[in-house]
Ligand binder design. Structure first.
Ligand SMILES: CCCCCCCCCCCCCC(=O)SCCNC(=O)CCNC(=O)[C@H](O)C(C)(C)COP(=O)(O)OP(=O)(O)OC[C@H]1O[C@@H](n2cnc3c(N)ncnc32)[C@H](O)[C@@H]1OP(=O)(O)O
Length: 304
């Protein structure tokens, strides 16, 4: 029988950056899950693409919250926009790493079901038990000030998060990840668009794996508060996911031993009637020896 989504873990919050030790080969990777509180409730307004929409989106990086235009014109790069031919589908917004646009909010590609579930999860988050994690196009966008200091303002198109590789709203992954206050559980609300098709009418297994890996990986980042890599991911595909379906990937840390964080993940429809996939994963801190509890884990491994 269906059960509503409820937080199952009420351990105390574990978020926040820490000092560092030990360098290990990952270069300028994102070291901490620098997730600003994303609790304000965006007002859903469906408008045609290109129209500036006043959506009170939480501002990343602790800056003063202000309405963020959703149009692609709020970023003024310091160099001419001359994307190479291979980058012809990159929007001007994607060229900016500073003041990135939070994409984990409704857009015109979200189905009614997706919007409804999103609003429900925001309402659930209102008591502080969960929070929505902002999401950007690029990994670098999570720490734009740091990037700016290191390499200057990034104005050229570059790498993107795999889940944000499709510009067309509703065509690829549309998602928002929520983090439980314990820091040990993540839920990703996701609409799997038509560009993710595998067998006709159904989402590609690799797309499901990507959804799971990202949900699990975000949970591991929240636990580790340091660089982590997926070392192992085992997925049982139990039912095909129709293209366009809205699903919830629910991941939690089961335990951690040394450098390994063991996690589980279940992908279900929003009514919890169908279990599409279940998975177990092992993420590893990228340096240090790990620890018996999260108060003494390796910290900020790549900062030396
Ligand atoms: C805020 C920021 C947000 C950013 C954006 C959010 C995005 C959302 C998130 C996106 C998420 C995207 C996520 C992604 O896409 S992550 C990308 C996919 N993953 C990788 O590319 C990982 C590649 N592998 C490695 O880098 C290394 O092999 C790692 C780091 C995993 C270990 O290499 P390392 O050299 O450090 O280890 P070691 O050899 O000294 O062995 C140490 C111990 O570990 C055991 N072991 C080793 N390997 C495995 C294994 N595979 N399974 C099980 N166990 C393993 C080994 O037996 C030994 O155990 P013991 O003998 O001590 O008992």
């Amino acid at each position: 029988m269906s059960q509503p989504w409820e937080p199952g873990d009420t351990r105390g919050p574990l978020m926040g950056g820490r000092g560092g030790r030990g360098q290990r080969g990952l270069g300028p990777v994102i070291q901490t899950l620098n997730v600003p509180s994303g609790d304000s409730v965006p007002q859903l307004r469906h408008q045609s693409p290109g129209v500036t929409t006043a959506v009170p989106v939480p501002t990343p990086h602790g800056a003063t919250a202000a309405p963020h235009p959703t149009a692609t014109t709020d970023c003024v790069p310091t160099a001419p926009l001359t994307p190479s031919p291979v980058c012809c589908c990159v929007s001007p917004q994607a060229l900016c790493s500073v003041s990135p646009q939070d994409l984990a909010v409704p857009n015109t590609g979200w189905s009614a079901a997706m919007c409804e579930q999103f609003q429900r999860l925001l309402r659930r988050a209102a008591d502080g038990s969960w929070r929505r994690i902002p999401s950007y196009r690029r990994g670098l966008d999570y720490l734009p000030e740091v990037v700016q200091m290191a390499v200057g303002v990034v104005t050229r198109p570059g790498p993107r998060l795999f889940l944000r590789s499709v510009d067309e709203e509703g065509a690829g992954f549309e998602y928002a990840i929520f983090l439980h206050a314990s820091g040990h559980r993540t839920q990703c609300l996701c609409q799997l668009g038509p560009y993710l098709e595998g067998h006709h009418g159904f989402a590609h297994g690799g797309a499901i794996a990507t959804l799971i890996d990202s949900t699990v990986g975000t949970c591991a980042l929240a636990v580790a508060k340091a660089s982590v890599m997926t070392a192992k991911l085992s997925i049982s595909y139990l039912a095909p996911v129709p293209v366009g379906a809205v699903v919830v990937a629910d991941s939690r840390m089961e335990r951690h031993e040394g450098r390994k964080i063991f996690l589980s993940c279940h992908v279900r429809d929003t009514k919890r009637d169908t279990l599409y996939a279940e998975a177990t994963g092992e993420d590893m801190w990228c340096c240090g020896d790990g620890a018996g509890d999260t108060e003494t884990i390796p910290q900020n491994c790549a900062s030396g």
